[in-house]
Each structure stands twice: as structure tokens, then as C-alpha cells.
Write a protein that binds this ligand. Structure first.
Ligand SMILES: NC(=O)c1ccc[n+]([C@@H]2O[C@H](COP(=O)([O-])OP(=O)(O)OC[C@H]3O[C@@H](n4cnc5c(N)ncnc54)[C@H](OP(=O)(O)O)[C@@H]3O)[C@@H](O)[C@H]2O)c1
Length: 291
């Protein structure tokens, strides 16, 4: 099958382009320069011209803190463009895999979130992504909305690469230890999205959750990143002090604990287990070294 990937220059987009052929899927990746997804006519023309078997939307406005000051820009990509892609997919009669986020939830449930739990975003980014989910559902019944979390690779500007850089610049780090989530390597998101595309072509539709295990804090992820960076000869093994959220003020509020209920989602995607992010972390750092 041929899958059209939008946002192909991002962490997940690049992983989709790289892994597609390995997983038996032809991927046509269009980065922002090749297709601006906020241009509805360009989206329609690209889908009509390429005639893919499925679309994976990996384009998004992902700057969580900046979004607080730029809601218009966040909504244009995360809501409006998601709707354009859903319309184009529906017109072409092909499924859309739309990637969304754990930040649609407020993190106060006190247990794992099921895909049909009500959303309650705490910040503009999360609200714009929740609105994007709704925009997709409103125009097509053949979409899979795949929510993931805490995405990283070894090259982009993200939490993991920031920790590795800071470890070379500072004698010790302080990292928030009271927010919990699913760290998820970009390559695993790509595998999940391609599984969703294959299943969607066979009729799967609806919302699924997909994230790495075990559930972790930012402090856990930072510690594992610095350990792996040290093992790869990238950074010294600096101590990392755990701090509460209040010690690290940010423009956007973040959910304290979003644990996904993954059981039904993994089954729907035909996957036997959630990825172990600790293995993917080492692979992403190794790949980052080679790039
Ligand atoms: N990163 C995370 O921690 C995280 C967590 C949960 C869910 N997600 C979701 O996972 C998906 C992939 O995220 P990611 O981590 O791969 O983010 P990313 O690295 O920021 O990639 C997003 C890509 O979308 C592109 N883009 C932005 N506006 C566009 C436009 N108008 N037209 C076309 N492309 C545009 C960006 O290009 P520019 O670089 O030029 O802006 C970037 O290449 C998104 O749906 C995101 O919401 C991410």
C-alpha cells in the first residue's frame, strides 16, 4: 500500500519515511515546503494527484509553551488543517490516520485513560489538538485518531536531546519528577501509525491510544537519557535532582499524570505489546550519533 505522510520533516514524519519500506509500505512523505497543510486547495490537490491508499497526518504545531501566545497558529495547523486532510481523505475514499496527544486530557483521572474518556485539555496546544480530533470526526467516519505522548528522537530539538546538551553544559540538572506520561520514541510512533494505516484500510476507525512503557516521569526520562548518552560517549554522567512542577514554571500548564489504557488499542492495531521506550531511547540516541 502507498501512504501519504504530511509533516514529513518532523520527528514522526521522518521516522515514517525511513521505516515505511522496511515494513512493506510505500511512503510518499511531504514536508511543510512540499505541502503546507493549512492550504486546503493544496491538500485536496495533493491527495487527488497522488491517490494514496491511506494518509498519515504527522504535521502539527507542537510548541506547547509557545502555543499559549500563538493560539491562531496552533489552531490553523492542529484543527483546521486536520479538517482539510479529513475532507480530502473522505473525497478520495481513503482512511486518514491522524496523530493526536495525551495533552487532550487533564491528568486528574487517577487511573488509565480509555480512548472514549472525555477530554479536558489544560493548555492551548491540547485544546487545539482536541479540536482537531473533532474536526476529523465531523467529516469522515474512516479515520483512526492515534493519541501518543512524550515523543522524542535522537536528532530533533526535544526533551531528550536538550537533556544531553545540558549535561555537557552544567554540573548537575534539575528535572520535574511529579508529572507522569508515556515516553515514546518517534520510530515506535511511526510503527504504530503504519499499523493503524494498514488496519484502517481494512475498516478500523475510531480513537486509539499508543505509547511507550513503563509509565515514567520527566526525571525518569532525563536519567535514562543521560545514562544512554554517557554510554554512547555523548555526555558526562551528571547528577539529576528531582523537583516538583512548581519549581519549573512554564507558560503552558501540563497534565500531572496521563496513563493510557492500551489493551484494546494494541489489539485493534494488531500489536502484541507496547514498545519499551528504554530500548527505543538507546536506538534513537545511536541513530542521532550517526546523523
Ligand atoms: N512531540 C511530542 O512530544 C508529541 C506528544 C504527543 C503527540 N504528538 C503528536 O505527534 C505528531 C507528530 O509530532 P512530532 O513530535 O513529529 O512533531 P514535530 O517534530 O514538531 O513535527 C511536526 C511537523 O509538522 C510540520 N508542520 C507544522 N506546520 C505545518 C504546516 N502548516 N504544513 C505542513 N507541515 C507543518 C513541522 O514543520 P516545521 O518544523 O517547519 O514547523 C514539523 O516538521 C503531532 O500530531 C503531535 O501533535 C507529539
Amino acid at each position: 500500500m502507498t501512504v501519504l505522510v504530511t509533516g514529513a520533516g518532523g520527528q514522526v514524519g521522518r521516522a515514517l519515511v525511513r521505516l515505511g519500506p522496511e515494513l512493506g509500505t510505500d511512503v510518499v512523505g511531504l514536508d511543510r515546503a512540499a505541502l503546507d497543510v493549512t492550504d486546503a486547495a493544496a491538500v485536496r490537490d495533493a491527495v487527488a494527484g497522488l491517490r494514496p491508499d491511506a494518509i498519515v497526518n504527522a504535521a502539527a504545531y507542537t510548541a506547547v509553551d509557545r502555543a499559549e501566545a500563538e493560539p491562531g497558529a496552533a489552531y490553523a495547523v492542529n484543527r483546521d488543517a486536520a479538517g482539510y486532510l479529513a475532507e480530502a481523505a473522505e473525497s478520495a475514499g481513503v482512511p486518514l490516520v491522524h496523530i493526536s496527544t495525551d495533552y487532550v486530557f487533564d491528568g486528574t483521572k487517577g487511573g488509565p485513560y480509555a480512548p472514549d474518556d472525555p477530554v479536558a485539555p489544560l493548555n492551548v496546544y491540547g485544546a487545539s489538538k482536541a479540536a482537531g480530533e473533532e474536526a476529523v470526526r465531523a467529516v469522515t467516519g474512516r479515520a483512526v485518531i492515534l493519541r501518543t505522548a512524550w515523543v522524542f528522537d535522537g536528532t530533533a530539538n526535544n526533551f531528550v536531546t536538550t537533556m544531553l546538551r545540558l549535561a555537557t553544559e552544567r554540573p548537575r540538572l534539575t528535572v520535574v519528577a511529579d508529572q507522569w506520561g508515556h515516553p515514546t520514541p518517534a520510530a515506535d510512533v511511526a510503527r504504530g501509525a503504519l499499523a493503524a494505516a494498514r488496519r484502517a484500510a481494512d475498516g478500523l476507525a475510531g480513537t486509539v491510544h499508543f505509547g511507550g512503557l513503563p509509565l515514567a516521569t520527566w526525571h525518569d526520562l532525563a536519567t535514562a537519557a543521560v545514562d544512554a548518552g554517557h554510554a554512547a560517549g555523548l555526555s558526562p554522567l551528571v547528577p539529576i535532582d528531582p523537583v516538583p512542577t512548581e519549581a519549573y514554571p512554564t507558560a503552558a500548564r501540563r497534565p500531572q499524570r496521563v496513563e493510557f489504557d492500551l489493551t484494546a488499542s494494541l489489539e485493534a492495531l494488531g500489536l502484541s505489546a507496547a514498545p519499551d521506550w528504554r530500548l527505543g531511547l538507546v536506538e534513537e540516541i545511536q541513530r542521532g550519533l550517526g546523523s
